[in-house]
Design a protein around this ligand. Sequence first.
Ligand code: NAD
Length: 373
Amino acid sequence: MQIGVPKETAPRERRVALAPDSVARLVKAGVAVVVEHGAGGSASFPDSAYAAAGATIASSAAETLAASDVVTKVQRPSPDEARAFKPGAVLISLLQPAASTDVLPVFAERSITALSLERVPRITRAQSMDVLSSQSTVAGYKAVLIGASLMPKFLPMLTTAAGNIAPAKAFVLGAGVAGLQAIATARRLGAVVSAFDVRPAVREQVQSLGASFVAADAISADAEDKGGYAREQSEAQQQRTAALLHDHLKQMDLVITTAQIPGRPAPKLITDAMVADMRPGSVIVDLAAESGGNVEGCVAGEIVEKHGVKIVGAKNMAGTMAADASALFSRNLFNFLSAFWDKDKGAPVLDEEIGDAVRLTKDGKVVNQRLLA
Ligand code: NAD
């Protein structure tokens, strides 16, 4: 029984599912690992590091997949790629269930058990397997760096012989995992940071990072579901939030937006009229761009300029820091594998709570239809 690590095939994906240190731990535990030649190359992990970790290097994707009983990936395979899997294999990956309708029938046809990492429930014992959190941490950090590099200003206060420079004002809208990391990063770079989130628990977290919490009147007690995620706001609530944020945005130099509602398009929180009232030269980095964006006019994968404000439609931020993003992803995956690995079966055997959440196909059938809606 072998765990396989094919090279990612999605455009511009630089990450790899397992890094050499996790491979070494698997091999030490008696699990054989096969890695496609060059799989870790764009994440700065050469074949030699995998070979030193005890993996076998396969020369092609076809050879890797033909030898893999468990396939580990960052992004979901294409239908053609899935057709090269061993019948009955287990796939562990981010699968974006709602966007996987083309590949799910292939998994079912070939009796592939597809496990969707983004469905790992946010419960304490699964925290170490939570790839959404680890990859959001990278995204929050990188968003600040991208914003800072596009700004015509310093982030920190400077005292120079030529006079003083005031610190930039940064605002983080949506202070979940990515948002909190963005706050911490902007603070470290010396900006004056404020933030807003609809979930009441966030206020204290924001303040503990040294940022101020704005528009506290727009927090709603029922904003959080039992999974820890935000619920969609009503039209009236959204308007109220918008009105409270409009004035605040006028003073900002850098805005990072991260607001998401699982399974729904991202809420539009910054309108064109609000952008028009912002300071010329200011920058908005929209981390929700791939799910529709929090900012009106944002285009995923592009930087557009509106009213003198740059709006960055951030796309796969984690992939832009492939070495550390892969290292974290890989540790999440290792923790998942080691929690559930069954030595006799040579495959993960999941408990009911996590299994029911993450399994998309089993025994030749698409299960968990609820998640696909
Ligand atoms: P996310 O990416 O779904 O959303 C980002 C943030 O946007 C959230 O904080 C959300 O409240 C906020 N948001 C949504 N709509 C908004 C609006 N209209 N206005 C302002 N903000 C809005 O969420 P996430 O960062 O992946 O996680 C959210 C929370 O889940 C975490 O902060 C944490 O409390 C919890 N969590 C728990 C675990 C665990 O226990 N294992 C792990 C990770 C996260």
